[in-house]
Design a protein around this ligand. Structure first.
Ligand code: ANZ
Ligand code: ZN
Length: 821
């Protein structure tokens, strides 16, 4: 019998989809179907599509296609995140312009996406490296600038010595550059920042909107990254200095236990406070600290180090003198870069005190051994002691009381601190969005007027011109750099840094809603019509960076009056990784699997089906454990059922006359597949479709035969449901079943409830080994459910009376024995 030719089907249906464009979103204002905005994280154009793309787009496509099948107005766009370092590094290697590599790869990937059969609205395609796109990055930058949300400051930044560019905090992973894994060093540079810290509290609060739709793990990671701490700012007088120094503490209740004071060794304050006698030791120490990463500095394993600065601070509550030390465990850029040390109740402070023989004073009695003797700080709640007006209070009351006292004296206030830092967006590389600022010796930072946007990258820099030099390659493009100041007309220079490419990806969903719009980054009416994104699909690696930035942008756009919602993505799905043999695929392990080769061997449908069937979408797929060959076999079985049913009957035959058992199997499959897709257990949906194919096969071979209307109903249902996962074979099957037009749109039919009623089994309920009741139950009832039903039986209860139930023996679905005494 006929088996299907994957390649022929791919060519045939791909051409049809391209011509008939069934997946274009409808912009007719009269279209009042429910809308569904499904966005796959856009692709980075490095080479052709790989197995990871194949997985994420297979998953996203199930969701989008389900929307199409349910008759929703679906927007499922596609785009490329096409600025960035790999293109630039390739250009340096090949002596070309980054655009060449970028756009060639985009074409290759676009071709592969089309072959992969993704239900995409191609008319909205975007590339972030197009001037038409990045023009709006510049426009948005200027709106941020006007609001004080884009600003330049001098500061210590993370610098990758290999890529020769700065990195955002979010791009430093355990002290290494997230891209090339080179240890990151600190450098002092004048750089542009986005003031994401102004949105820290809203980024936390609005997570309430995401509690149902986002993985809890991602929300936790974001919450930790933002790192909200409630506490107090307390001002300490400094001997020999007019101005006091403020510290941030989460435990102002322990103020009477502060016995010394520590300043971050690399903070300017440490340098200022150091007395001449301690200068040499301090300078040597500071040089040593400069070599450490933040991770090392905060490690609790390391021996504490530090130097005394020769000066004292004064405790505002009791006037006690506290020696001031410089140490590396205090960070320059958190809180105020200085702390009051309470060794009895903070382990880092205790370790430091023990190393340098500083006093330890317990002020919270927790009932545990004294920290001075035990070496373990007591950090829990207890009763305040040795603390004057706080004595006898518990922690929370003591915090409230001391904040009130400090407030009266003007030496402290309750406050909140965030770990989140402003987003450093300057990059000293070429292939990105030029920052639209002109530096004028007279006027300072002058925005490029909106009507002069975009500031387009020069096209005469290529190859070696782009080699990393520590300053942007754009600085060398003299005719590009030197311009007239838009304010005074005098000679001025363009800013030569480019923006972090995470700017590009922070707002692209809204551009999809009005591609080609030229009066702004997007048409707000359209963005508000489609947005927020109903379902976003992408990798866990973006749990912090991209998702946090996109959330921040959405809030700013909301504040600018451009969006009426405040969160970009209502639901988020993080797909697992495709691995091989238990390990991530990598060149060095030689365990890579080539997507093109898999598709050539098994066809697109079988590869997609394998991806979806392997497990829940969040789980990793080990390619060594799955079988695209088995997927192909199943697809052939499904195909033959559709072909045979199609040959034996006409569309439109009344299924009511068909075989009842098969009809029940069909409607149960529809019911279960629908439920599984709704909760995104797509692998379960596939398993149910497989069962239905088996049932239909049986009905053809050893039941009522292919011409039975129930066989047609089953085969048509297979085509419709399978279209979510294996679109080519589904289209072909649908055509063979006698239908014209695509199977993919609006064909999902609800299950008939009358056909869902399942057979029941009789369950015997015994009390003390005597049959007392009989219950009709579902054959797959669980033991717990059955036990509850049996205990609720009035007849059983009458025989139990006031005897005690010793044990309930459950043999689901047929027997329950209640043992009494
Ligand atoms: C006194 C104290 C007593 C503290 C105590 C803790 C326990 P989180 O929760 O992370 O915000 N701290 C403040 N600024 C710091 C800096 N720049 N570098 C390193 N540590 C710093 O932590 C806040 C606590 O970390 C603050 O509260 C301070 O130590 C320390 F029993 O102040 B605490
Ligand atoms: Zn000027």
């Amino acid at each position: 019998s006929e088996t299907y030719d994957a390649r022929a089907l791919q060519d045939k249906w791909r051409a049809r989809w391209q011509k008939e464009t069934p997946f274009v979103a409808d912009e007719d204002p009269a279209d009042d179907r429910p809308r569904s905005f499904v966005v796959d994280m856009f692709a980075y154009p490095s080479g052709d599509l790989h197995m990871g793309h194949a997985e994420v787009y297979a998953i996203g496509d199930v969701i989008a296609r389900y929307g199409f099948q349910r008759g929703r107005n679906v927007l499922h766009p596609i785009g490329w995140d096409s600025f960035g370092l790999p293109a630039e590094n390739a250009a340096i290697r090949n002596g070309t312009h980054p655009a060449e590599w970028t756009y060639a790869n985009i074409e290759t990937q676009a071709e592969s996406f089309r072959r992969y059969g993704v239900s995409t609205d191609w008319s909205r395609r975007l590339h972030t490296s197009d001037p038409d796109y990045y023009r709006w990055n510049q426009w948005l930058f200027l709106r941020f600038f006007e609001r004080g949300l884009a600003y330049r400051k001098n500061g210590l930044v993370n610098w990758c010595p290999k890529d020769q560019t700065v990195l955002a905090n979010e791009q430093v992973v355990q002290g290494l550059c997230e891209r090339c894994h080179t240890p990151v060093v600190r450098r002092s540079l004048n750089q542009w920042y986005f003031k994401i810290t102004e949105y820290a509290q809203r980024l936390l609060d609005d997570m309430d909107q995401l509690a149902d739709g986002w993985p809890a793990e991602v929300l936790t990671m974001q919450r930790n990254w933002i790192g909200r701490s409630q506490g107090a700012d307390v001002a300490f007088g400094i001997e020999g200095r007019d101005e006091p120094v403020t510290v941030f503490t989460t435990r102002p209740d322990t103020l009477f236990g502060a016995t010394f004071f520590v300043v971050a060794a690399d903070a300017p304050l440490a340098d200022e406070l150091c007395t001449p006698e301690h200068r040499a030791a301090f300078d040597a120490y500071r040089a040593q600290v400069a070599k450490l990463s933040d991770i090392d500095r905060q490690s609790t394993e390391r021996e504490k180090t530090g130097v005394f600065l020769g000066r004292h601070a004064v405790n505002p509550v009791n006037g006690e003198r506290m020696p001031i030390w410089a140490a590396d465990y205090v960070l320059a850029d958190y809180g105020h870069g200085a702390i009051m040390a309470v060794p009895a109740h903070d382990q880092r402070d205790l370790d430091f005190a023990r190393t340098f023989d500083l006093p330890v004073r317990t002020v919270v009695d927790t009932g545990e051994p004294e920290p001075a003797g035990s070496g373990t700080a007591t950090t829990g709640d207890g009763v305040l002691v040795n603390s004057g007006p706080l004595d006898g209070l518990g922690k929370d009351d003591a915090i409230a009381r001391i904040i009130a006292i400090l407030g009266e004296r003007g030496t402290g206030t309750g406050t909140v601190n965030y770990r989140l830092r402003d987003w450093l967006i300057s990059r000293q590389r070429f292939w990105g969005t030029p920052i639209p600022i002109i530096h004028c010796p007279d006027c300072g930072e002058v925005p490029v007027p909106d009507d002069q946007l975009p500031v387009v990258l020069p096209d005469d820099l290529a190859g070696a011109d782009l080699a990393p030099k520590g300053i942007s390659p754009l600085a060398a493009a003299e005719s590009w750099v030197n311009v007239d100041c838009p304010a005074c007309g005098g000679p001025a220079k363009r800013d030569t840094d480019t923006m972090d490419t995470f700017v590009d990806s922070s707002w692209y969903p809204w551009r999809y809603c009005s591609p080609g719009y030229d009066a702004g980054p997007f048409d707000s009416a359209k963005a508000n019509k489609w947005g927020p994104v109903d379902q976003y699909i992408g990798g866990k690696e973006h749990a912090i960076l991209h998702l946090l930035y996109a959330r921040f942008f959405t809030k700013v756009l909301h504040d600018l009056g451009m969006l009426d919602f405040t969160e970009p993505f209502t639901r988020l799905l993080n797909q697992g990784q495709v691995i091989n043999g238990g390990r991530a695929m990598s060149k060095s392990l030689g365990n890579g699997v080539d997507l093109g080769t898999e598709i050539d061997s098994y066809g697109v449908d079988a590869v997609r089906l394998t991806m979806i069937f392997s497990g829940p979408p969040e789980d990793d797929i080990d390619w060594a454990d799955v079988s695209p060959a088995a997927s192909l076999k199943f697809l052939n079985r499904a195909f033959r059922v559709m072909v045979e049913a199609g040959a034996a009957s006409e569309p439109g035959t009344d299924p009511a006359a068909g075989d009842l058992a098969l009809r029940k199997a069909t409607h149960q499959a529809i019911d279960k597949v629908t439920a599984a897709v709704e909760i995104q257990r797509f692998n379960v949906a596939v398993a149910r479709i497989m069962e239905l194919v088996t049932a239909a096969r049986k009905a053809i071979d050893s039941g009522p035969g292919a011409a039975d209307p129930a066989v047609r109903e089953a085969a048509e249902s297979v085509a419709v449901m399978l279209s979510l996962v294996a679109p080519y074979v589904a289209e072909e099957g649908w055509e063979r079943l006698g239908h014209t037009g695509t199977v993919a749109i609006g064909n999902w039919r609800p299950a008939d409830p009358a056909l869902l009623v399942r057979e029941s089994v009789t369950c015997v309920v015994q009390v003390a080994n005597k049959v007392r009741d009989k219950l009709e139950v579902a054959p797959d009832i669980t033991a717990d459910e059955l036990e509850a039903l049996a205990l609720a039986s009035a007849k059983a209860q009458a025989h139990i009376g006031d005897r005690t139930i010793r044990k309930v023996v459950v043999r689901a679905p047929k027997l329950v024995n209640i043992v009494v005494s």
